[in-house]
Design a protein around this ligand. Structure first.
Ligand code: ZN
Length: 492
């Protein structure tokens, strides 16, 4: 017995010793990247062009008749005027009425092309909130610190900086080896547009003989300053979106006889539905720490002070604890499981009528690897009431994961570190939908990343009041895109 106690104690001692040593070496990996040459960037021009772009209200609406197509025409003309070299040297065509496809021919047509994606459209300003803006939403006002207006962050900033990068590269005589496509959709903000501009852009690429793209780069992740006193200081979190969650709205209905409310049964259809909702909220999807999440946590864990690294260097052992903690934080929980949100419900049309039909709409955001069919199976498993009738209202399957070993991912990582040596560059799961989704059938490397350094409070202004972008981030973004095109358009 005593012998076993000794062995146990010795093993424990050894584990502690190994952990003490491992934590000391659990530091950010030193990257041996050669420094990149400086890029010339005309920040003033970029800022002026972005201001002008914001002044053209290219608003998309679910109903096409509501769209002011003349604004998209104006936007096209504006790009033509602003970027003469692009319009002289690249082939530009309009697809699906208002989407734009630019082709920059590379020197080796046998190589797979790359594509830089963006969308021209913006969301409307909520009626009655126009007056809440510090500067009007379509003013594109530049106060020296910020450029204000709808699309400043989502994503005319990105589109204009891509154009600035290409225009400057052309002026410098740069010639890509791979073909480079610029694909600017016109209805990204219209959720659920199946026959969307992006879809038709992909079809246009296929019609031109593009079987596969080497990579795409689109909005999604961003660069977020990280500063938690005593824990992580003066760092930046650069999340590169490598997948996006799926989406399904299920309508769940219970049908009952109805009748007068003066003689009710123990549970009305609505009462039963309440039980269904309770089952769904209590028995959530299983949380799982997928490799991308472990990678992200590990990259963050390496930046922690020594005392905390004693824990973070043993991440795989802490999985159960980590899951339990992350599940408690809604933003983190959404990264580790399919989420369940009961959003709408209806019962009888009058107070004194028993409902013949009670239904609830439940919105699920689906983890990659799980399908809409799996969600249905989950509902049927956890809901005890077997009389439920299910109907899918809207759906989109989750994206596959784009690999982290491609040269494009490596290029993004390298470029972020070139600008922000302290950055934590890690893969990330995009919650909303992007145009990238439509390119997945022809591309295994769809990355979602906007190289703009912005505080969380600025990101929250996207789609909201006072959307604005810091002027000082524009130079870095144009540099990023110039370098990205240089690197990603080369053969591997
Ligand atoms: Zn967007």
């Amino acid at each position: 017995m005593q012998y076993f106690a000794y062995v146990l104690l010795a093993t424990l001692g050894l584990f502690v010793l190994i952990t003490l040593i491992r934590a000391a070496f659990f530091r950010p990996k030193r990257e041996g990247f050669a420094p990149l040459p400086e890029e010339s960037v005309d920040v003033e021009r970029a800022a002026a062009r972005l201001s002008g772009a914001i002044q053209i209200p290219t608003i998309s609406y679910p109903n096409e008749e509501d769209v002011d197509w003349a604004q998209f025409e104006r936007f096209r003309a504006y790009l033509r005027e602003s970027y003469p070299l692009i319009h002289k040297q690249l082939v530009c065509e309009v697809v699906a009425g208002a989407s734009l496809l630019y082709c920059w021919k590379g020197s080796d047509p046998s190589l797979e092309p790359i594509a830089l994606l963006s969308h021209q459209d913006v969301v409307p300003v909520s009626g009655g909130t126009e007056g809440d803006w510090t500067h009007p939403p379509f003013s594109g006002f530049n106060d020296g610190t910020f450029i204000w207006g709808r699309g400043a962050m989502d994503m005319k900033n990105h589109l204009i900086c891509v154009m600035e990068a290409v225009e400057t590269l052309l002026a410098e005589g740069f010639a890509p080896v791979r073909d480079v496509y610029l694909c600017f959709g016109h209805d990204e903000e219209v959720v659920g547009a199946e026959d969307s501009g992006a879809f038709r852009l992909r079809k246009a690429l296929e019609a031109r003989g593009v079987k596969r793209l080497a990579s795409t780069l689109d909005e999604g992740g961003a660069m977020l300053p990280l500063h938690v006193k005593g824990i992580i200081e003066n760092s930046v979190l650069a999340g590169i979106g490598i997948s996006e969650k799926g989406y399904v709205d299920f309508e769940i209905t219970i049908n009952r006889k109805g009748g007068h409310s003066a003689q009710p049964p123990a549970h009305t259809a609505l009462g039963e539905l309440a039980q269904v909702i309770r089952d769904l909220e209590r028995r959530q999807f299983k949380a799982e720490l997928l490799p991308f999440m472990l990678h992200l946590l590990s990259e963050g864990g390496r930046r922690l002070p020594y005392a905390l690294r004693l824990l973070s260097c043993n991440l795989p052992l802490l999985r159960p604890l980590l899951k339990a903690v992350l599940k408690k934080i809604p933003a983190a929980a959404s990264m580790i499981r399919t989420t369940t949100a009961v959003t709408m419900a209806s019962g009888s049309p009058a107070a004194n009528v028993l409902p013949q039909k009670a239904s609830a709409v439940v919105n699920f955001r689906i983890m990659p690897g799980t399908t809409v069919k799996d969600v249905e199976a989950h509902i049927r498993k956890v809901v005890r009431n077997k009389d439920i009738v299910l109907k899918v209202l809207k759906q989109k399957e989750a994206s596959p994961f784009s690999g982290m070993r491609s040269s494009s991912f490596e290029a993004i990582r390298r470029l972020v570190l070139a600008q922000q040596p302290e950055a934590i560059v890690a893969p990330y799961l995009v919650m909303g939908g992007t145009d990238s989704y439509f390119y997945e059938p022809i591309c295994a490397h769809c990355y979602r990343f906007s190289p703009f350094l912005a505080e969380l409070s600025l990101l929250f202004c996207t789609h909201a009041t006072n959307e604005r972008v810091p002027v000082e981030t524009l130079g870095g973004a144009v540099t990023f895109f110039k370098r990205y095109i240089r690197l990603a358009s080369q053969p591997d």
